[in-house]
Design a protein around this ligand. Sequence first.
Ligand SMILES: [Zn+2]
Length: 485
Amino acid sequence: MKKSFLVLAIALILLGTLVVVRTAQFGTQQSEIEPVQGIEVDPAVLAERLGQALRIPTVSAQDPTKTNGDTFLALKRLFEKNYPRVHASLVREVVSDYSLLFTWPGKDQSLKPIILMAHMDVVRVDPVTESEWTHPPFSGAIADGFIWGRGALDDKGPAVAILEAVERLLKDGFQPRPTIYLAFGHNEETTGWGAEAIVALLESRGVEPEYVLDEGGRISSEVLGLGIPVARVGIAEKGYVSLVLTVESKGGHSSRPPAETTIGALSEAIRRLERNQMPSSIHPILRRELETLAPWLPYGQRLMIANLWLFEPFLEARFSSSPRGNAQIRTTTAPTVFKAGMQENVLPTRAEAVVNFRILPGDSIAGVIEHVRTTIDNPRVSVRPIEETSGEPSAVSNPDSPGFALIARTIRQIYPEVPVVAPYLVQGGTDARFYTRLSPNVYRFKPLLDEPETTHGIDERISIKGHARGVKFFVQLIRNSNGEI
Ligand SMILES: [Zn+2]
C-alpha cells in the first residue's frame, strides 16, 4: 500500500516537473524589429479621397444580373482622377465587367510577382437600420476623427489604401523589382466571380506569385482577452455549405393529424443536428496560433498550451463554451431558415429549413452531408445542398514562408506596439480562396488597429489616423518586397 502510494507520488512529481519545464521552454519566436520612420502622408487629404470613394454605393447584388454597373464605372473614374500616376504607369484591365486588375511591371522578371487584393463592392444597408446611422451610410462624412460610410473597413478602405501607396511610391520615383499586381474584385460579398475570373486570367498567363495578400485578419487587443494589440494573419478560411432540409406529406385537416407531421419531423431533425455537432479538435492552425501567442498568455493558459498532449480536452471544452471559440474548433451548424404552414387549421404538405455550415479545413461538403443524413436518421427528411453558394474549405497556406515573414515584419515596423503576429483561421469567406490555385502562400490581413467593429453593421467607419497608417503599411510592404523576395 505504502509502496504504491510512493510510486504514484513520484510519478506525479515527475509529471508536474515535465509540465513546468515544457512551459518554461515556451519562449517567444518573435524577433526584435525596428520601427520605420519617414513615410510622410497627409491624413486629411487621404481621408477626403477615401470619403469620395465611400460616397459611391457599389452595393453587391445577390443576383449578378442586377449589379448596378454605373456605380462601379463611377468608382473606376474616381480612381482615374485621384490616382493619375497609377493609371499612367500600371496596365489596367477590366475583368468580368467591373473587376480591375492592375499590373505594375517589375525591373527583375526573374523574380516571382506579388499580388495585393481588395474588393470594391460593399454589403447593402438594411433599410430598417438606415436611420440609426450617425451619418448616412453613403455620405463619406469626415467627422469626429473618422471617415464614415459603408465600405470604410470592408473593403474600400484597404483598396484605396493600396492605390494611395502605389501613387505615393510612383511620386517618389520608386520602381518595383518584382512585378506587382493589384487585383480588385467587384462581388466578393456575393459570388466572388470577379476574383475567380482574375485568377483564371492570371493562371492562363502562367502567373505564380511569391505571395498574395487579401483582407482577413487585423490587429486587435481582444484576441484571447490578452489586452495587448495582436496581429493575426489568416492562412486559411473555412468552407461553406447550406443544406435545404425538406419534409413532404399529403397534408390534410388539422382535426385528424398523423403521429408525425411535416413540422414535427423537421423540428426533430433540426434539434438532432444542434445536439449532435460535428466533431471538435484543436486544429493544427489553431494550435500554431496558440503556440505563437502563448508567451503573452497568463501562466495557467501557457501551461495548458505547452502541454497539449495532456490538456487538449480541457482546452477544447473551454473553446466550445462560447460561440466564437466553438467556431474555431469545429464545423459549425446554424439553422437559418424555417418555413412551414399557412393557415391555422391546415396541415402543411411541406416543411422546409436551411442549415448553414462553416466547414473546418479537413472536413468537406460531402462529409457534412453524410453527418447530417446519419444524424437525422429519418428517410422522410430529404437533404440537398445549395450548390451556387457552397465551397470547400481553402487550402492551408504556409506560415513559415518568406512571404509570411515579410508581411509580419512590415506589420511590426508600422505598428511597433504590436509584439506578436500570429497565423490563424479566418471564419468568414474572402476572395482569397480562389488564389490558392496560383500560390501556396495566400495570406489574409488588413492593416487596421482596434478600429470600432462595425463591419457590415451600423456606423461603419475608419479612423483618419488608422487609414493613414494603412497607407503607410502598404508603402512599406511594397518597399520590403523589393529587398527580400
Ligand atoms: Zn470584405
